[in-house]
Ligand binder design. Structure first.
Ligand code: AKB
Length: 323
């Protein structure tokens, strides 16, 4: 990262955006990180630096902000996640694709900024090898979200090859964080469980006890994202999207790691429609390409993540006891 960077974050009020904006503002200075979302929810994102209300389906508004601030890096995080998109498939497709196309088209015309666009393990499906899922493999996603991410990957690679748009991407696993809640994903249980453990001592999980999924703690996800964005272009050999991995666990294993801190914590299991989504996704990911090409390496395992999550969530509750 350099002091000449000016960053635009689209979808800044979401789970990744909240953490990313705070970190980039710390590193670059508040005025160098422009946060946008479809509505201003206040808080640090809306108040501690420039914020604009932007719908990613409005390409003109996006282009105006890019010009106004002479933006050098755009993180496009606005999307409908897996569970929400299943409830509203046409809108999920529209938002996820139109938002991306608007940005790719602006980048094609201006050639003045780099793009980060998140993909997901949802690009994989039930015919994909579920263990150590390779970078290049069968991809037959069965969710609208997964189909939109797979199509998005193809378009990112196309714009890079055909127009030289510098677009970079990661296939995120489930992300766990304490600053902001996830919204509408299948892996959200792995965040909710910490909150419920502290607030109620019990949690009803919407996935079965032995549903293993790839996951990652947010500080690692931010490292991966920022490191990829700042890797020399020649090291970024994959322009669709990189597999990245950190931890794989199932609900009973994360529950056991919480019970080491809160011995009376109990979990019950009541799988809902999200079980089928989870069952179609990989259990572990081969991310050797990311490790070789641009030096990806995670810092947090499950034990370290649980200790850090509980510590920070407790601190939040001490500051705002009504939590
Ligand atoms: C979701 O569950 O939809 C997301 C994802 C894995 O992309 N967290």
């Amino acid at each position: 990262m350099s002091t000449s960077d000016t960053v635009l974050v689209l979808g800044a009020a979401g789970q990744i955006g909240t953490d990313l904006v705070m970190r980039l503002r710390n590193e670059l200075g508040s005025d160098k990180v422009i946060a946008t979302d479809v509505k201003n929810q206040g808080g640090a994102i809306g108040n501690d630096g420039p914020f604009h209300t932007i719908d990613v389906m409005n390409g003109q508004a996006m282009a105006e902000i890019i010009d106004k601030y002479k933006v050098t890096h755009v993180y496009h995080l606005a999307a409908l996640l897996s569970a929400t998109a299943e409830k509203n498939p046409m809108f999920g497709w529209k938002l996820n694709m139109e938002g991306l196309f608007n940005l790719l088209e602006i980048a094609r015309e201006k050639k003045s900024f780099q793009i980060f666009w998140p993909s997901s393990i949802a690009v994989f499906g039930p015919t994909t090898p579920a263990q150590k899922t390779p970078q290049h493999t069968i991809m037959e996603p069965t969710t609208v979200y997964g189909i939109s991410k797979q199509a998005g990957e193809r378009w990112c690679e196309y714009y890079f090859n055909k127009y030289g748009v510098d677009v970079r991407s990661i296939r995120y696993p489930g992300l766990i964080s304490y600053k902001s809640a996830p919204g509408g994903g299948t892996t959200d249980y792995a965040v909710d469980i910490y909150h419920k453990a502290l607030d109620q001592g019990t949690y009803e999980c919407f996935l079965s006890a032995n549903t293993v999924l790839p996951m990652m703690y947010m500080p690692d996800a931010l490292d991966a994202t920022i490191n990829l964005m700042h890797a020399p272009a020649e090291k970024v050999k994959i322009r669709s999207s990189y597999n990245v991995a950190a931890i794989s666990f199932d609900p009973q294993t994360i529950a056991a790691s919480i019970q080491k801190h809160i011995p009376d914590f109990t979990v019950t299991y009541k799988p809902d429609f999200r079980q089928a989504i989870a069952d179609s996704w990989p259990q572990s990911i081969d991310d050797s390409a990311a490790r070789t090409d641009w030096g990806w390496k995670e810092k947090f395992d499950l034990t370290a993540m649980t200790a850090d999550m509980l510590l920070n969530l407790k601190k939040q509750r001490d500051i705002t006891p009504s939590h």
